[in-house]
Ligand binder design. Structure first.
Ligand SMILES: [Zn+2]
Ligand SMILES: [Zn+2]
Length: 347
């Protein structure tokens, strides 16, 4: 007799994209939900801040002056983690000390000329302009054959180490495929080679049938809490169509992506009535690396908050030493997010 139940008993769940396992302890959430809205006394941000290095017309740290931009605007980070002119090189000593040069470029993407408008507060049409700029940047960066991967991401909130509230994201393009992408490529490829199908296509189809972890969806995209989520309110946006990267999206898909980004980030802000912090980014096929028919475009959101605007989940102890662990189940988190309004609390 097997009484094992996901909603009752501690268990591990497999992340099908990385092959790693997460420990889920649902019995610990029998404790009452302590989620609460705190009165965080924050003055509203100004629409323009003379001290902000991202606002239109202002000087940046490197001395360049931003144009008086009216639409999303990109520039090369004056103090990026990567450099375009790193010489090729490798160090290998006794198969123990191994290092190799990486070249690349770090771009900064200002989502809006307005200092105070985050993604959920932008109009859908304006989020779409951000998507158009992501696409242009992706095309330009991939034109350099030395570039193998383009990571588009956003780090939002000072709790995530992002000190400037001006809405912006980053793009790091590198001469190597980064570790997380090597894992995801390998697991998608194994599935594709065995079945001829996209791993995430099969996964999304199953999630839409089950309706247990869906946060919201539209004609072209699904936002869900993945079965293997680690962070309390971690989500993914997955395209319903199997495409390897952003360049394959139609006009209708651009609009639908803008729409679902606005809905998901609005729900996030409404959860604790705060400007919800997260690291988010797209995962897509490597570039200048041959065909990758296994790859299925998706976006991850990793938010650190657990119970309120100030209570953060820490990855410590067992999680740091052994395996990530969560208490509230992905199913519970999905229902919570699904139930939240899609009108921003501040409006
Ligand atoms: Zn600004
Ligand atoms: Zn991914």
């Amino acid at each position: 007799m097997n009484n094992f139940q996901l909603e009752e008993h501690p268990h591990q769940r497999l992340n099908i994209l990385t092959g790693e396992w997460v420990l889920v302890s649902p019995h610990r959430t029998k404790r009452p939900w302590q989620g609460k809205v705190e009165k965080v006394n924050k003055d509203p941000l100004p629409t323009y801040d003379a001290a902000c290095y991202l606002c239109p017309g202002n000087s940046r740290m490197g001395g360049d002056v931003n144009p008086d931009y009216k639409a999303p605007f990109a520039f090369t980070n004056d103090f990026g983690a990567l450099m375009a002119d790193t010489p090729a090189g490798e160090v290998l000593t006794d198969n123990l000390l191994h290092a190799r040069g990486v070249k690349g470029i770090c771009r900064v993407i200002c989502f809006s000329p307005r200092h105070d408008l985050t993604l959920p507060l932008l109009e859908t049409a304006d989020i779409r302009k951000v998507i158009t700029l992501w696409l242009e940047e992706y095309r330009q960066l991939s034109a350099d054959p030395a570039i193998k991967y383009i990571q588009i991401f956003e780090n939002k909130g000072d709790i995530m180490g992002c000190s400037n509230p001006h809405p912006h994201g980053q793009i790091w393009a590198t001469s190597d495929v980064p570790a997380e992408l090597i894992k995801e490529t390998s697991h998608q490829k194994r599935y594709y080679d065995a079945t001829g199908k996209s791993l995430l296509q099969s996964y999304v189809t199953l999630e839409l049938e089950k309706q247990e972890r869906i946060v919201c969806e539209n004609e072209h995209f699904v936002a869900l809490v993945p079965f293997w989520a680690v962070w309390p309110f971690e989500t993914m946006i997955i395209s319903k169509r199997h495409v390897p990267d952003i360049t394959h999206f139609t006009e209708a898909e651009h609009m639908a992506l803008a729409e679902i980004l606005k809905r998901l980030t609005t729900k996030y802000d409404n959860l604790f009535e705060t400007s919800f912090p997260y690291s988010a980014g797209m995962h897509q096929a490597p570039v200048n690396d041959g065909a990758h028919p296994e790859w299925h475009w998706h976006m991850h959101f990793y938010p650190p908050l657990l119970r309120s605007a100030s209570v953060k989940k820490f990855m410590v102890g067992y999680e740091l030493l052994a395996s990530p662990q969560r208490d509230i189940t992905p199913e519970w988190a999905a229902k919570k997010l699904q139930s939240l309004p899609e009108v921003h609390y501040s409006l």
